[in-house]
Structures are given as C-alpha cells and as structure tokens.
Design a protein around this ligand. Structure first.
Ligand SMILES: C[S@@+](CC[C@H](N)C(=O)[O-])C[C@H]1O[C@@H](n2cnc3c(N)ncnc32)[C@H](O)[C@@H]1O
Ligand SMILES: O=c1cc(-c2ccc(O)cc2)oc2c(O)c(O)ccc12
Length: 366
C-alpha cells in the first residue's frame, strides 16, 4: 500500500486539518479585490449619485447617472450588496412588476467624496499605486535589510516623497484629515476632560488642523491652539480664528504651550526618535502642571479588548502599515509606551480607552 503524507500526521494534526479555522481564500482572493471594488465605487461616485438622487435608484437609473455598462455595474453592485456596503430593496407596487432599487447604508455613506463621515480619501490613499507598491517589499523589512519598504520603492521616506510629489502629498493630507475627523469625534465624545484647564494647546504633527479646529470649538476655554507641522503642510491649512499655524521640525523645536497633543505621530517613528520628540515636548510645557496628550494604539490593551476585540485586530493591521510605510515606526504595547515615556523623562502616565483603535495616554513631567 502506498504511504501518503497524511499517514504521518498525529491525531491532533488530523483534527486541526478537519477544523481548519482560517479561510485561505481570503489570502488569494480577498483584501485586494475588496479594496479594488470599493475604490471603483468611490471613483465612479456611486454613493454620491444615490445621495444626489435623493432616493434609492434602479440599476438603469444608476447606470445612466454614472454612464456605466449595465452588466458590469450590476456585477459590481451585487458584490457590494453582498458585502453590506449598499443594500438592495424590492418595491412592489400593485400595478407594476417588483423592482429592485439600490439604497445607501452607513458604510456606503463613508464612500462619499465629501462630508463629515467620508473615509474615501483614506481608501484612495491606501489603494494608490505608491502605497500599493510598498507592500511588495515587506519581506525586505522583515529581513531588516531595508530602511523602509516605502523608501526601497520610492527612494525617500513618505514625508519627503509627499513634499516632492504634491498630488500624492495632497492625497496623504486628505487621508490624514479624514482619519483625524473620526479621531476628533472619539476624543471629544470620550475624554474631553483631558483638556480641562488647558488654555494653550499645541498639536504637534497636527497636519492641516482638522483636529485642532474641532477641539477649540468643543473647548471654548482653549484661548490659543497652535497647529505645528512641516512648513509645506501647514501652508495648506485653512485659517481659523483662535488657531495659529506654525511650520517647523519637531526634532528641533516645539512651540511652548500648557499641553502638547500628539495624534498618531509617534507611531511613525522608532523608539530613539520618539524619545527625542518627547523630550522636545517636555521642554515645551510647564514642568509643574504641563502634560503631553498622546493618542495612539496600545496593542493588547486589556480594557479596550474587553469592549471590542476588533479594535486590537485593526491595531495589528495598522502595525503592518507602519512597517511598510515607515523606517522604524510601529504600534506599541503598554510596556513599550512606558519605556519611551520613562526614557524621555516623564515621571508618570495614564491610559484611557476611547471608541477608536487609539487610546489616550496622558504623560506628566512631574
Ligand atoms: C500620521 S500624520 C498625523 C497627522 C495628524 N496628527 C492626524 O492625526 O491626522 C503625521 C504628521 O507628522 C508630520 N511630520 C512628519 N515629520 C515631521 C517633523 N519633522 N516635524 C513636524 N511634523 C512632522 C507629517 O507632516 C504629518 O502631518
Ligand atoms: O496609511 C496610513 C494610515 C494611517 C492611519 C490610518 C488610520 C488610523 O486610525 C491611524 C493611522 O497612518 C499612516 C501614517 O501615520 C503614515 O506615516 C503613513 C501611512 C499611514
């Protein structure tokens, strides 16, 4: 009798095979296909067309509004309905045959080009050719032979590339602003008291000011908000009363304020750079009552996992994004945060969960 490879398996291994937990098709079909179809929906303006129409649309109405091939549009809509992005509703009038209409869902509204809840820019940025090309070099990062996968492909880091390629720079700024809108709501709804007593606040790496504009509105006691970022980034910011925009390099100097805010900035950097940035932050605040407010993922945050384990899963995905896009950037565990804060001279810190992948860490010099 011919011996097969299976004959060598233990009973446990055979049981594991029978109950294989991971659907491998998601690795050869999923992910990229889903991203591509959602990108296609954004590019064609599917959600915007239904919103502009003011009510659900038939396939014929949608294909004429978008100027699309009827059969191909039907296949894409079937895929998106199956994924719960749009919904299909059947309306039966007495005198007509039942007709199918495509309607919006909370997810499809996120694919609209504009609006407070839009996540289109983040999806377009992640699915853009410069970002996608980066994933092909992930193994070089794991071998530790590369500066960053992004730099292997593009010859410079993500921020220098953005400066040299204004169209991609704008896509990054829009993507960061879209993520910042979501995060500003989570911060304002979940821990506004963190800003109590703060009259001057500097948002380091604050992009084009999306978070600061919302914070000064939600906290009228903040008399001066400073958005600090690289000069070519702040030059694109929309002017707003009560907010000063300062361009500069956070490794060199940070404007003085009662508190420093850092929202998903430190995850772009390795521990040594984080410690240098945090030391500059410490110099910018009063030693007795100042604080640094860090909004970042805390991998394995038990309190957050109790509420929603999915947030930890997304944190681990974001960690891979950091590996691909930055040199030594990473998402950190509680112990890793404690290490960089201690090395930067902070004597204590607290961590609070909010309704986001990120938690809020308050670090105090004294
Ligand atoms: C991941 S984005 C975060 C943006 C914003 N805090 C948010 O949550 O949307 C990181 C920001 O750091 C800025 N940045 C990178 N290097 C910097 C530097 N040396 N000095 C100041 N800002 C810098 C980038 O321009 C970018 O806006
Ligand atoms: O591609 C990204 C995405 C993020 C990101 C997305 C969603 C969040 O809740 C947080 C962060 O951040 C990035 C980043 O900081 C970077 O340097 C490059 C790319 C991305």
């Amino acid at each position: 009798m011919k011996e097969t490879q299976r004959d060598h398996l233990t009973w446990e291994e055979r049981e594991e095979e029978k109950h294989e937990k991971v659907d491998m098709s998601k690795y050869y079909f999923g992910g990229v296909v889903e991203m591509a179809v959602v990108k296609c929906a954004i590019e064609l303006g599917m959600a915007d067309a239904i919103a502009n129409h003011g009510r659900p649309m038939t396939l014929l109405e949608l294909s004429s509004a978008l100027d699309c091939d009827l059969q191909n549009l039907h296949r894409v809509m079937r895929f998106l309905v199956n994924h719960g992005i749009f919904k299909e509703i059947i309306i039966r009038n007495e005198d007509t045959v039942p007709t199918a209409y495509y309607a919006q869902t909370p997810s499809s509204r996120r694919l609209m080009r504009t609006g407070e809840n839009s996540m289109a820019a983040l999806i377009l940025m992640q699915s853009s050719p410069p970002a996608m090309a980066t994933w092909h070099c992930l193994s070089a990062c794991v071998k530790g032979k590369a500066t960053s996968a992004f730099e292997v492909v593009h010859g410079e880091d993500v921020w220098k590339y953005a400066e040299a390629n204004p169209a991609h720079g704008q896509l990054i700024n829009e993507a960061m602003a879209c993520k910042a809108r979501v995060m500003a709501s989570a911060i304002i709804d979940g821990c506004l008291d963190v800003f109590e007593g703060v009259e001057t606040l500097v948002d380091v790496g604050g992009g084009t000011g999306t978070i600061m504009r919302r914070l000064v509105k939600a906290c009228p006691w903040i008399s001066k908000g400073i958005t600090f970022d690289l000069p070519h980034v702040v030059s694109l910011a929309e002017q707003c009363e009560g907010i000063e925009y300062v361009g500069g390099d956070m490794f060199e100097f940070i404007p003085k304020a009662d508190a420093v805010l850092l929202v998903t900035v430190l995850h772009d950097w390795g521990d040594d750079e984080c410690i240098r940035i945090l030391k500059k932050c410490r110099e910018a605040i009063p030693k007795d009552k100042g604080k640094v407010i860090i909004v970042e993922a805390v991998i394995g945050n038990k309190e957050q996992q109790k509420e929603d384990n999915k947030l930890n899963d997304v944190g681990l995905v974001l960690d891979m994004v950091m590996m691909a896009h930055t040199y030594k950037g990473k998402e950190r565990t509680l112990d890793e945060w404690a290490y960089v804060l201690r090395e930067a001279g902070f004597s204590r810190h607290t961590v609070r969960s909010i309704a986001a992948i990120q938690s809020v860490i308050e670090a105090f010099p004294a």
